[in-house]
Design a protein around this ligand. Structure first.
Ligand code: ATP
Length: 373
């Protein structure tokens, strides 16, 4: 899939921008605070309807304005698809093929992106929330159902936590309503757990291929999905649902005391192992970085397997963080396959010989100029 064109209107520090991109590697060069990350963010937002940097959409709108508009034209095997997003103080509207979508989950998935920023290098050693966020982002793009189920789960979880607190302070007495919420939560939770397990198996398979090459056949990378339920191979949604219900029933008093839900996918984690040893605790910094790189590259392959199209890769200032060997692996893996946008303040430190005919854009105070070859 290729993002052929992008138009921005009052998005961050861009007043009006209209740009055509190359199908290979697009390098965005500029000094600090000129709008490089804002442009990558625009592509990310166009794909996912929300930013990776802020949960507050208002920040995306130019300070001088009340409305931001992003539109783009993507080219896929099935043809060209125009996308449009409008942000105002009241909310956002999403259009595919000029038709407004009733639900954002219907919009997401048209344009698939993978973002790789320096903080992703800490996916192995960072907090569990980071790995859950990673799973939700990636799997949500590949499956509308996953996206929908996790949205429902989040809202029921919030209600249930509020209700547990109310039971704690005796504002509420009705435990039957708690059971209704537990039932709904277990139903969506089971869907999420089974989907995560299924996607992780597939992702692991691709990550093993990449890691085997990067480690020159010395290391075997495996994933371990850490969840509170018993997860046998091919576990059914129904089985997990009953296990969760059982956990809620047995721990009702404890959960009321704590005033929060203690069981479910919001407590999951993901462990990476190299030759059976946990990379988080035993891996060198180099192995942790290589694992992160293998996982990122595996996402590209998995996305292709699931959707039939390669996603777009957004590299936010990450190449300078990778040594020559890892840069080589990354750039060779994507060469001539994946449309890539990379930001940098300087070309030095980037293995340019591995980038086939890049298109270079200079960014200066929210304006773009293409460097002629
Ligand atoms: N809503 C907004 N309206 C107008 N300008 C904004 C808005 N949000 C951010 N900016 C401006 O955008 C600029 C930051 O741009 P960006 O984050 O893309 O920097 P960058 O080029 O990636 O720099 P660095 O290399 O330091 O990361 C800042 O000058 C900031 O003041």
């Amino acid at each position: 899939m290729i993002l052929k064109e992008l138009q921005l209107h009052n998005f961050r520090n861009y007043d009006d921008l209209s740009v055509k991109f190359a199908s290979g590697v697009n390098i965005l060069i500029g000094e600090n605070a000129q709008g490089k990350t804002n442009l990558l963010e625009a592509v990310y937002v166009l794909a996912l309807t929300r930013s990776h940097r802020t949960a507050n959409d208002r920040e995306l709108i130019n300070w001088q304005s009340h409305e931001a508009r992003l539109s783009g034209r993507i080219e896929k095997q099935g043809g060209t698809v125009p996308l449009e997003l409008t942000f105002t103080a009241k909310g956002k509207k999403a259009k595919v093929n000029h038709l407004e979508q009733a639900r954002l989950s219907q919009y997401v998935g048209q344009l698939n992106v993978i973002l790789f920023a320096p903080e992703d290098l800490s996916i192995v050693k960072g907090a569990p929330a980071m790995r859950r966020h990673f799973m939700d982002l990636e799997f949500g793009q590949m499956s509308n159902k996953y996206l929908y189920d996790s949205g429902q789960y989040r809202s029921i979880l919030k209600q249930r936590n509020q209700y547990l607190k109310q039971l704690q302070t005796r504002q509420q007495h009705d435990r039957v309503f708690l059971q209704v919420l537990s039932d709904q939560l277990a139903a969506y939770g089971a869907e999420i757990i089974v989907a995560r397990a299924t996607f992780l198996k597939k992702l692991e398979k691709w990550a093993q291929v990449v890691h085997d090459t990067v480690s020159q056949h010395k290391e075997k990378l495996t994933f371990r999905y850490v969840t509170q339920v018993q997860l046998e191979d091919n576990a059914s949604v129904d089985d997990i649902y009953h296990q969760l219900l059982e956990l809620y029933a047995t721990n009702e008093t404890k959960e009321i005391e704590q005033g929060s839900t203690q069981y479910g996918p919001q407590r999951d984690d993901l462990r990476f192992l190299i030759n059976e040893k946990n990379v988080q605790t035993y891996g060198s910094q180099g192995q942790q970085r290589t694992t992160a790189l293998s996982v990122k590259l595996a996402e590209i392959d998995l996305m292709k397997e699931q959707t039939g199209e390669y996603p777009i890769l957004l590299l936010d200032d990450v190449l300078s963080e990778l040594d020559d060997e890892r840069q080589t692996h990354l750039l060779t893996a994507i060469q001539d396959k994946v449309q890539t946008f990379l930001t940098t303040t300087s070309l030095s430190g980037i293995a340019q010989q591995l980038i086939h005919a890049p298109t270079i854009f200079n960014i200066d105070h929210g304006t773009l100029s293409k460097e002629e070859p």
